[in-house]
Design a protein around this ligand. Structure first.
Ligand code: ATP
Ligand code: MG
Length: 328
Protein backbone atom coordinates (compact mmCIF):
# COMPACT_ATOMS: atom_id res chain seq x y z
CA UNK A 1 0.00 0.00 0.00
CA UNK A 2 1.13 3.55 -0.75
CA UNK A 3 2.20 5.76 2.14
CA UNK A 4 0.24 8.91 2.84
CA UNK A 5 1.28 12.52 2.97
CA UNK A 6 -0.59 15.32 4.67
CA UNK A 7 0.70 18.85 4.60
CA UNK A 8 -0.55 22.31 3.75
CA UNK A 9 -0.55 26.00 4.44
CA UNK A 10 -2.59 28.69 6.08
CA UNK A 11 -4.33 30.81 3.45
CA UNK A 12 -2.96 34.11 4.71
CA UNK A 13 -1.45 35.37 1.44
CA UNK A 14 0.56 34.22 -1.56
CA UNK A 15 3.17 31.48 -1.19
CA UNK A 16 6.85 32.35 -1.48
CA UNK A 17 10.25 30.80 -2.18
CA UNK A 18 10.58 29.79 1.50
CA UNK A 19 7.47 27.63 1.15
CA UNK A 20 8.89 26.22 -2.04
CA UNK A 21 12.24 25.03 -0.67
CA UNK A 22 10.85 24.14 2.76
CA UNK A 23 7.90 22.05 1.69
CA UNK A 24 6.36 22.53 -1.79
CA UNK A 25 9.28 21.05 -3.74
CA UNK A 26 9.07 17.86 -1.66
CA UNK A 27 5.34 17.64 -2.18
CA UNK A 28 5.71 17.81 -5.94
CA UNK A 29 8.54 15.29 -5.89
CA UNK A 30 6.65 12.80 -3.73
CA UNK A 31 3.15 13.03 -5.20
CA UNK A 32 3.73 9.98 -7.43
CA UNK A 33 5.03 7.85 -4.62
CA UNK A 34 2.58 8.87 -1.88
CA UNK A 35 -1.15 9.33 -1.72
CA UNK A 36 -0.95 13.05 -1.08
CA UNK A 37 -3.39 15.26 0.84
CA UNK A 38 -2.88 19.03 0.81
CA UNK A 39 -4.83 20.99 3.37
CA UNK A 40 -5.70 24.66 2.99
CA UNK A 41 -5.90 25.45 6.68
CA UNK A 42 -8.53 28.19 6.75
CA UNK A 43 -9.53 27.54 10.37
CA UNK A 44 -5.89 27.91 11.37
CA UNK A 45 -5.70 31.15 9.41
CA UNK A 46 -8.39 32.36 11.81
CA UNK A 47 -6.18 31.61 14.84
CA UNK A 48 -4.49 34.93 14.07
CA UNK A 49 -6.85 36.55 11.52
CA UNK A 50 -10.27 35.98 13.11
CA UNK A 51 -11.15 39.64 12.67
CA UNK A 52 -10.77 39.39 8.90
CA UNK A 53 -12.62 36.34 7.59
CA UNK A 54 -13.56 38.32 4.46
CA UNK A 55 -10.04 37.76 3.12
CA UNK A 56 -10.38 33.97 3.17
CA UNK A 57 -12.34 33.29 -0.06
CA UNK A 58 -9.71 35.11 -2.12
CA UNK A 59 -6.76 33.70 -0.19
CA UNK A 60 -8.03 30.11 -0.47
CA UNK A 61 -8.18 30.43 -4.26
CA UNK A 62 -4.81 32.11 -4.41
CA UNK A 63 -3.09 29.34 -2.46
CA UNK A 64 -4.79 26.74 -4.66
CA UNK A 65 -3.39 28.45 -7.75
CA UNK A 66 0.05 28.53 -6.15
CA UNK A 67 -0.17 24.77 -5.63
CA UNK A 68 -1.22 24.11 -9.19
CA UNK A 69 1.41 26.48 -10.53
CA UNK A 70 4.17 24.74 -8.63
CA UNK A 71 3.20 21.44 -10.25
CA UNK A 72 0.91 19.68 -7.80
CA UNK A 73 -1.32 17.54 -9.97
CA UNK A 74 -4.96 17.34 -8.84
CA UNK A 75 -5.09 13.82 -10.30
CA UNK A 76 -2.48 12.75 -7.76
CA UNK A 77 -2.85 15.20 -4.90
CA UNK A 78 -6.09 15.83 -3.01
CA UNK A 79 -6.28 19.58 -2.37
CA UNK A 80 -9.00 20.46 0.13
CA UNK A 81 -10.37 23.10 2.49
CA UNK A 82 -10.01 22.37 6.21
CA UNK A 83 -13.26 23.93 7.47
CA UNK A 84 -15.30 21.85 5.02
CA UNK A 85 -14.08 18.59 6.54
CA UNK A 86 -16.08 18.38 9.79
CA UNK A 87 -14.28 15.23 10.96
CA UNK A 88 -11.16 17.32 11.53
CA UNK A 89 -13.07 19.54 13.95
CA UNK A 90 -14.47 16.46 15.68
CA UNK A 91 -11.03 14.96 16.14
CA UNK A 92 -9.74 18.27 17.50
CA UNK A 93 -12.37 18.15 20.22
CA UNK A 94 -11.71 14.51 21.08
CA UNK A 95 -7.94 15.07 21.34
CA UNK A 96 -8.52 18.16 23.48
CA UNK A 97 -9.88 15.91 26.23
CA UNK A 98 -6.49 14.37 26.97
CA UNK A 99 -4.08 17.22 26.17
CA UNK A 100 -3.19 19.52 29.04
CA UNK A 101 -2.94 23.29 28.88
CA UNK A 102 0.60 23.28 30.25
CA UNK A 103 1.88 21.08 27.45
CA UNK A 104 0.49 23.58 24.95
CA UNK A 105 1.84 26.58 26.83
CA UNK A 106 5.34 25.13 26.66
CA UNK A 107 5.21 24.28 22.95
CA UNK A 108 8.24 26.08 21.43
CA UNK A 109 6.51 27.18 18.21
CA UNK A 110 3.50 28.53 20.11
CA UNK A 111 5.86 30.46 22.38
CA UNK A 112 7.83 31.93 19.47
CA UNK A 113 4.74 32.90 17.49
CA UNK A 114 2.94 34.39 20.50
CA UNK A 115 5.98 36.60 21.01
CA UNK A 116 6.14 37.46 17.30
CA UNK A 117 2.47 38.54 17.32
CA UNK A 118 2.92 40.37 20.63
CA UNK A 119 0.21 38.39 22.43
CA UNK A 120 -0.14 39.03 26.17
CA UNK A 121 -3.09 36.69 26.27
CA UNK A 122 -4.09 34.33 23.48
CA UNK A 123 -7.26 32.74 22.19
CA UNK A 124 -8.20 29.21 23.04
CA UNK A 125 -7.87 28.42 19.32
CA UNK A 126 -4.36 29.85 19.03
CA UNK A 127 -3.17 27.90 22.06
CA UNK A 128 -4.83 24.76 20.70
CA UNK A 129 -3.45 25.19 17.19
CA UNK A 130 -1.08 22.17 17.57
CA UNK A 131 -4.04 19.99 18.59
CA UNK A 132 -5.97 21.04 15.52
CA UNK A 133 -2.87 20.35 13.43
CA UNK A 134 -2.68 16.86 14.91
CA UNK A 135 -6.27 16.37 13.79
CA UNK A 136 -5.32 17.56 10.26
CA UNK A 137 -2.52 15.06 10.05
CA UNK A 138 -4.29 12.09 11.57
CA UNK A 139 -7.73 12.45 9.97
CA UNK A 140 -6.39 10.67 6.86
CA UNK A 141 -3.81 8.56 8.72
CA UNK A 142 -0.87 10.33 7.10
CA UNK A 143 2.58 8.96 7.92
CA UNK A 144 4.72 11.66 6.26
CA UNK A 145 4.46 15.44 6.66
CA UNK A 146 6.68 17.61 4.41
CA UNK A 147 7.20 20.92 6.26
CA UNK A 148 9.71 23.66 6.98
CA UNK A 149 11.90 23.42 10.09
CA UNK A 150 9.64 25.62 12.26
CA UNK A 151 6.84 23.06 11.96
CA UNK A 152 8.81 20.05 13.19
CA UNK A 153 7.75 20.43 16.86
CA UNK A 154 4.09 20.42 15.75
CA UNK A 155 4.55 17.18 13.83
CA UNK A 156 6.30 15.64 16.85
CA UNK A 157 3.36 16.73 18.94
CA UNK A 158 0.90 15.15 16.49
CA UNK A 159 2.89 11.96 16.76
CA UNK A 160 2.59 12.03 20.55
CA UNK A 161 -1.17 12.59 20.32
CA UNK A 162 -1.58 9.64 17.94
CA UNK A 163 0.48 7.43 20.22
CA UNK A 164 -1.45 8.52 23.31
CA UNK A 165 -4.77 7.92 21.58
CA UNK A 166 -3.67 4.46 20.45
CA UNK A 167 -2.61 3.58 24.01
CA UNK A 168 -5.69 5.00 25.68
CA UNK A 169 -8.25 3.49 23.30
CA UNK A 170 -7.29 1.31 20.34
CA UNK A 171 -4.43 1.41 17.81
CA UNK A 172 -6.37 3.28 15.15
CA UNK A 173 -4.13 6.24 14.25
CA UNK A 174 -0.91 6.37 12.20
CA UNK A 175 2.12 8.00 13.85
CA UNK A 176 3.35 10.71 11.47
CA UNK A 177 6.90 11.81 10.75
CA UNK A 178 8.14 15.21 9.54
CA UNK A 179 10.14 15.57 6.33
CA UNK A 180 12.04 18.87 6.12
CA UNK A 181 13.02 20.16 2.66
CA UNK A 182 16.53 20.87 1.37
CA UNK A 183 16.39 24.24 3.08
CA UNK A 184 14.42 24.06 6.32
CA UNK A 185 14.46 27.81 6.73
CA UNK A 186 15.13 30.20 3.88
CA UNK A 187 16.38 33.63 4.96
CA UNK A 188 14.46 36.79 4.05
CA UNK A 189 15.60 39.29 1.42
CA UNK A 190 16.23 41.71 4.26
CA UNK A 191 18.67 39.31 5.92
CA UNK A 192 16.09 38.27 8.54
CA UNK A 193 16.43 34.63 9.60
CA UNK A 194 13.17 33.64 7.89
CA UNK A 195 11.40 34.61 4.72
CA UNK A 196 7.85 35.10 5.95
CA UNK A 197 4.64 36.67 4.66
CA UNK A 198 4.16 38.60 7.86
CA UNK A 199 7.68 40.08 7.68
CA UNK A 200 7.26 41.36 4.12
CA UNK A 201 10.65 40.08 2.98
CA UNK A 202 9.51 37.60 0.35
CA UNK A 203 9.79 36.70 -3.27
CA UNK A 204 6.38 35.29 -4.12
CA UNK A 205 5.92 32.46 -6.56
CA UNK A 206 3.45 34.75 -8.33
CA UNK A 207 5.87 37.69 -8.70
CA UNK A 208 6.54 38.89 -12.25
CA UNK A 209 10.08 38.69 -13.72
CA UNK A 210 10.43 42.44 -13.16
CA UNK A 211 9.35 42.19 -9.54
CA UNK A 212 11.92 39.44 -8.97
CA UNK A 213 14.67 41.56 -10.51
CA UNK A 214 13.61 44.59 -8.49
CA UNK A 215 13.45 42.67 -5.18
CA UNK A 216 16.79 40.95 -5.73
CA UNK A 217 18.39 44.28 -6.59
CA UNK A 218 17.25 45.59 -3.18
CA UNK A 219 18.37 42.51 -1.22
CA UNK A 220 20.82 42.94 1.64
CA UNK A 221 24.46 42.09 0.83
CA UNK A 222 27.76 42.22 2.71
CA UNK A 223 27.52 45.58 4.58
CA UNK A 224 31.32 45.96 4.53
CA UNK A 225 31.31 45.95 0.73
CA UNK A 226 30.47 49.56 -0.09
CA UNK A 227 32.39 50.06 -3.33
CA UNK A 228 32.81 47.86 -6.36
CA UNK A 229 36.47 47.18 -5.56
CA UNK A 230 35.98 46.30 -1.88
CA UNK A 231 36.59 42.61 -1.19
CA UNK A 232 33.42 40.67 -0.37
CA UNK A 233 32.54 38.31 2.49
CA UNK A 234 30.12 35.81 0.96
CA UNK A 235 29.33 34.11 4.25
CA UNK A 236 27.55 37.19 5.63
CA UNK A 237 25.77 37.98 2.34
CA UNK A 238 22.06 37.20 1.87
CA UNK A 239 22.40 37.05 -1.90
CA UNK A 240 25.17 34.48 -1.56
CA UNK A 241 22.88 32.42 0.69
CA UNK A 242 20.30 32.45 -2.11
CA UNK A 243 22.92 31.54 -4.73
CA UNK A 244 23.77 28.48 -2.63
CA UNK A 245 20.16 27.38 -2.75
CA UNK A 246 19.08 28.38 -6.24
CA UNK A 247 22.30 28.43 -8.24
CA UNK A 248 24.52 25.79 -6.61
CA UNK A 249 26.62 25.17 -9.74
CA UNK A 250 27.90 28.75 -9.64
CA UNK A 251 28.75 28.91 -5.94
CA UNK A 252 32.36 27.75 -5.93
CA UNK A 253 33.37 30.18 -8.67
CA UNK A 254 31.28 32.98 -7.17
CA UNK A 255 32.83 32.64 -3.70
CA UNK A 256 36.29 33.23 -5.11
CA UNK A 257 35.16 36.01 -7.42
CA UNK A 258 33.36 37.82 -4.57
CA UNK A 259 36.29 37.50 -2.17
CA UNK A 260 38.68 38.93 -4.77
CA UNK A 261 36.21 41.57 -6.04
CA UNK A 262 36.36 39.98 -9.48
CA UNK A 263 32.55 40.17 -9.51
CA UNK A 264 30.44 43.03 -8.16
CA UNK A 265 27.12 42.82 -6.33
CA UNK A 266 25.17 44.12 -9.31
CA UNK A 267 26.34 41.30 -11.58
CA UNK A 268 25.97 38.72 -8.85
CA UNK A 269 22.37 39.83 -8.35
CA UNK A 270 21.69 39.68 -12.08
CA UNK A 271 22.84 36.09 -12.14
CA UNK A 272 20.55 35.27 -9.23
CA UNK A 273 17.45 36.94 -10.73
CA UNK A 274 18.02 35.06 -13.98
CA UNK A 275 18.19 31.78 -12.07
CA UNK A 276 15.09 32.55 -10.01
CA UNK A 277 13.12 33.58 -13.06
CA UNK A 278 14.15 30.36 -14.81
CA UNK A 279 12.73 28.45 -11.82
CA UNK A 280 9.53 30.52 -11.78
CA UNK A 281 8.86 30.63 -15.55
CA UNK A 282 7.25 27.18 -15.82
CA UNK A 283 5.14 28.05 -12.75
CA UNK A 284 3.99 31.24 -14.49
CA UNK A 285 2.97 29.24 -17.52
CA UNK A 286 0.90 26.77 -15.51
CA UNK A 287 -0.62 29.56 -13.44
CA UNK A 288 -1.82 31.42 -16.54
CA UNK A 289 -3.96 28.43 -17.49
CA UNK A 290 -5.70 28.43 -14.11
CA UNK A 291 -6.00 32.22 -13.92
CA UNK A 292 -7.93 32.01 -17.16
CA UNK A 293 -10.31 29.40 -15.76
CA UNK A 294 -11.45 30.16 -12.18
CA UNK A 295 -14.19 27.54 -12.49
CA UNK A 296 -11.59 24.81 -12.97
CA UNK A 297 -9.83 25.88 -9.75
CA UNK A 298 -13.12 25.67 -7.91
CA UNK A 299 -13.91 22.22 -9.32
CA UNK A 300 -10.51 20.96 -8.15
CA UNK A 301 -11.21 22.22 -4.63
CA UNK A 302 -14.71 20.76 -4.54
CA UNK A 303 -13.54 17.33 -5.73
CA UNK A 304 -10.58 17.34 -3.32
CA UNK A 305 -12.73 18.36 -0.37
CA UNK A 306 -15.21 15.64 -1.23
CA UNK A 307 -12.52 12.99 -1.17
CA UNK A 308 -11.09 14.35 2.10
CA UNK A 309 -14.54 14.11 3.69
CA UNK A 310 -14.81 10.48 2.63
CA UNK A 311 -11.45 9.69 4.21
CA UNK A 312 -12.47 11.62 7.33
CA UNK A 313 -15.68 9.58 7.61
CA UNK A 314 -13.69 6.33 7.57
CA UNK A 315 -11.27 7.46 10.28
CA UNK A 316 -13.92 9.00 12.52
CA UNK A 317 -15.94 5.77 12.45
CA UNK A 318 -12.92 3.88 13.78
CA UNK A 319 -12.16 6.62 16.30
CA UNK A 320 -15.71 6.61 17.63
CA UNK A 321 -15.67 2.86 17.91
CA UNK A 322 -12.33 2.96 19.78
CA UNK A 323 -13.72 5.60 22.14
CA UNK A 324 -17.00 3.72 22.71
CA UNK A 325 -18.93 6.55 21.09
CA UNK A 326 -20.56 4.35 18.44
CA UNK A 327 -23.83 4.09 20.33
CA UNK A 328 -26.25 3.19 17.56
P1 ATP B 1 2.96 33.48 8.31
O1 ATP B 1 3.90 34.63 8.31
O2 ATP B 1 1.52 33.82 8.00
O3 ATP B 1 3.13 32.54 9.48
P2 ATP B 1 4.70 31.89 6.73
O4 ATP B 1 5.30 32.59 5.56
O5 ATP B 1 5.53 31.68 7.97
O6 ATP B 1 3.37 32.63 7.04
P3 ATP B 1 3.33 29.37 7.02
O7 ATP B 1 1.97 29.31 6.39
O8 ATP B 1 3.43 29.58 8.50
O9 ATP B 1 4.16 30.49 6.25
O10 ATP B 1 4.15 28.07 6.64
C1 ATP B 1 3.71 27.09 5.71
C2 ATP B 1 4.79 26.06 5.46
O11 ATP B 1 5.93 26.62 4.82
C3 ATP B 1 5.35 25.41 6.75
O12 ATP B 1 5.67 24.08 6.48
C4 ATP B 1 6.59 26.22 7.02
O13 ATP B 1 7.53 25.50 7.79
C5 ATP B 1 7.11 26.45 5.60
N1 ATP B 1 7.89 27.69 5.52
C6 ATP B 1 7.40 28.95 5.69
N2 ATP B 1 8.39 29.86 5.57
C7 ATP B 1 9.53 29.17 5.30
C8 ATP B 1 10.90 29.54 5.06
N3 ATP B 1 11.30 30.81 5.06
N4 ATP B 1 11.81 28.55 4.82
C9 ATP B 1 11.43 27.25 4.81
N5 ATP B 1 10.15 26.84 5.02
C10 ATP B 1 9.21 27.77 5.26
MG1 MG C 1 4.37 30.85 9.89
Amino acid sequence: MKGRILTGDRPTGPLHLGHYVGSLANRVKLQDEYDTFIIIADVQALTTNFEHPEKLPGDVRQVTKDYLAVGLDPEKATIFVQSLVPQIAELTIFYSMFITVNVLRHNPTIKTEAKQYGYQDMTYGFLGYPVSQAADITFCKANLVPVGADQVPHVEFARKIARRFNELYKPVLAEPEALVGDVGRLVGLDGNAKMSKSLGNCIYLSDSPEEVKQKVSMAVTDPARMRRNDLGHPNVCTVFAYQKVFNPGFVKELKKACETAAIGCVDCKKRLSAELNALLDPMRERRAKYEADPKLVEEILIAGTDRARQEGAKTIAEVREAMCLDYF
